[in-house]
Design a protein. Structure first.
Length: 139
C-alpha cells in the first residue's frame, strides 16, 4: 500500500475516532463521569485515538525526531495541537491510574477533560483547514 493510501485511511479513521472520543467526553462531562462502562469506553476510544495520532505523525515524519520536526513547522497551530495532545495523553494516563485505584473522579481528570476539549477544538480547526483532503479523497 502506498504511503498516500495509508495516510488517507489513517485520516478517515482519525476523523471517526475523533468524533467518537469527543462524544464520549461530552457524555462524561454531562454525567459527572458516572458509571464504570462509560469510563472504560472513553479509555478504549482514547487508546485507539492516540494510536491513530501517533500513526498519523509517523506517516508524516517517520521516526525522525518528532519534537525537532514540530519545532521547525511554519504553522504554530499544528505544533500547539501536538503539545496539547501530549499533555492530554499524559494527564489522561495519570487520571486513569488514579481512577483505577479509587474509582473516583479526581481534579486531575477534570484538568485532563478541559485540556482535552481545548485539544479537540484545535484538532477541529486543523481538520477544517485540510477539508479539501476529505472532500477530494474517496472512502
Amino acid at each position: 500500500m502506498k504511503p498516500a493510501e495509508k495516510l488517507k485511511i489513517c485520516n478517515w479513521s482519525l476523523l471517526v475516532s475523533g468524533i467518537l472520543i469527543l462524544a464520549s467526553s461530552i457524555q462524561l462531562e454531562a454525567t459527572g463521569s458516572e458509571g464504570i462502562f462509560p469510563i472504560w469506553l472513553h479509555v478504549a476510544l482514547g487508546i485507539i485515538f492516540s494510536a491513530l495520532v501517533f500513526t498519523h505523525v509517523y506517516l508524516h515524519f517517520k521516526w525522525n525526531n518528532w519534537f525537532k520536526r514540530f519545532q521547525k513547522l511554519k504553522k504554530p497551530v499544528t505544533r500547539l495541537l501536538w503539545y496539547l495532545f501530549l499533555l492530554t495523553l499524559a494527564l489522561g494516563i495519570a487520571a486513569f491510574v488514579h481512577w483505577t485505584t479509587t474509582y473516583d473522579h479526581s481534579p486531575l481528570g477534570g484538568v485532563h477533560g478541559k485540556i482535552g476539549f481545548l485539544m479537540m477544538a484545535v484538532a477541529i480547526a486543523h481538520t477544517i483547514k485540510r477539508i479539501k483532503f476529505f472532500k477530494s479523497s474517496k472512502r
